[in-house]
Design a protein around this ligand. Structure first.
Ligand SMILES: Nc1ncnc2c1ncn2[C@@H]1O[C@H](COP(=O)(O)OP(=O)(O)OP(=O)(O)O)[C@@H](O)[C@H]1O
Ligand SMILES: [Mg+2]
Length: 365
């Protein structure tokens, strides 16, 4: 097992700076998930750690050893890609053992590691099959097994589940987490799937445009997003963001948005002076349709016509307008909603977020 330490890592492709000075600490045996929109630099960063891409500036350490110029094969790293890249003409068994064989590992040791990986991944029944005779999920397990037999210090995964259907994705996700715990492995895992990030990570790194936007536990980045970008990126559907101004009444501070006054707790924010433009952030689950969940004590009521309802079975997503902004609210224990039905909603003022209009940073205390 190993730690991975990145200090001011920069990647420049010609004129283009893809990674703009990144500092990340990956602790021994921890599961770190890199998330961010397409093109933000997730794969580039992972490939630099793997040694598949040179590091333009900065320092990369595995344990305490500087590895910037160490060849990929000497870094003690195994990488699993989105495309499984199995050898099509080889059996599962040979796919698992091939890397070890060319590294000169003796036959007895290859068998031992192969059997262990196959047992952990439930691949025993398929050892003689070719990749073309396997399902997508089975192929992905072979790809993971091929990484495991190398007994790496660090596992790198680049969107390994994105070719799988929803059910298999969930199963394989749970399997990867279980394996990581059993092996006490250090894992760096790239995804843009919300659920994967939240459920797998000990620590989430949100990347934006080649920079770290926030690092924290899943709960941390969800409950205390540092800025508007992280607030909008973490959580599905996204947090509602509304133009607002700071106000107050006899009971304390409030945020004015879309023609309503949302009372907020006096000690939650460092609010700018009254009248200052800000951005109000409200998660869909914090806009509670009347009769669907307990009524938040602090907040604001409004009535709105439902433009569209997305029924998901266990909940519905209701799209409506608050002022000029289209918002989405979450209806727990849903009932059928008629087209154009008007509902009463209450915003939970104790859970809202407020962002500085200029810097887009949170003013959460
Ligand atoms: N070899 C290259 N030469 C020039 N630019 C590159 C090269 N590889 C990647 N880039 C650019 O670097 C940026 C980051 O790419 P990267 O593949 O790391 O994104 P990503 O976060 O993995 O995106 P996705 O979620 O779509 O996989 C992109 O703007 C991309 O176009
Ligand atoms: Mg990528």
């Amino acid at each position: 097992m190993a730690t991975v330490t990145m200090r001011n890592i920069i990647k420049i492709y010609g004129e283009f700076v893809a990674i703009k000075g990144v500092d990340i600490d990956v602790e021994d045996g921890s599961f770190v998930v890199l998330v961010g929109p397409s093109g933000c630099g997730k794969s580039t960063l992972l490939r630099m750690i793997a040694g598949l891409e040179t590091i333009s500036h900065g320092e990369l350490r595995i344990d305490d050893k500087l590895v910037n110029d160490l060849p990929s094969r000497d870094r003690g790293i195994a990488m699993v890609f989105q495309s499984y890249a199995l050898y099509p003409h080889m059996s599962v068994s040979d796919n698992l053992g091939f890397g070890l064989k060319i590294s000169g590992v003796n036959a007895g040791e290859i068998d031992r590691r192969r059997d262990e990986a196959a047992a952990m991944l439930g691949l025993d029944p398929y050892m003689d099959r070719r990749p073309s005779q396997l399902s997508g999920g089975q192929r992905q397990r072979v790809a993971i097994g091929r990484a495991m037999v190398r007994d790496p210090e660090v596992f790198l995964f680049d969107e390994p589940l994105s070719n799988l259907d929803a059910k298999l994705r969930n199963q394989t996700r749970i399997e990867i987490k279980r394996l990581q715990r059993e092996l006490k492995a250090t894992v760096i895992f790239v995804t843009h799937d919300q659920v994967e990030a939240m459920t797998l990570a000990d620590k989430i790194v949100v990347l934006q445009d080649g920079r770290v936007a926030q690092i924290g536990s899943p709960l941390d980045v969800f409950e205390r997003p540092r800025n508007q970008f992280v607030a909008g990126f973490i959580g599905a559907p996204s947090m509602n963001l509304l133009d607002a101004t700071v106000g107050s009444d006899a009971n304390g501070p409030l945020i004015r948005a879309g023609g309503i006054d949302v009372a907020v707790p006096p000690d939650r924010f460092d609010l700018p002076p009254e009248g200052t433009p800000v951005v109000l952030g409200v998660r869909p689950e914090d806009i509670v349709p009347e009769g669907h969940g307990s009524r938040p004590t602090l907040g604001a009521d409004f009535a709105a016509k439902v433009n569209f309802a997305e029924m998901l079975g266990n909940e519905s997503l209701l799209f409506a307008h608050l002022g000029d902004t289209e918002i989405v609210a979450r209806m727990q224990h849903p009932r059928a909603v008629d087209p154009d039905e008007t509902l009463n909603f209450r915003i939970d003022g104790s859970r809202v977020h407020v962002f500085d209009k200029q810097t887009q940073d949170t003013v959460l205390r």
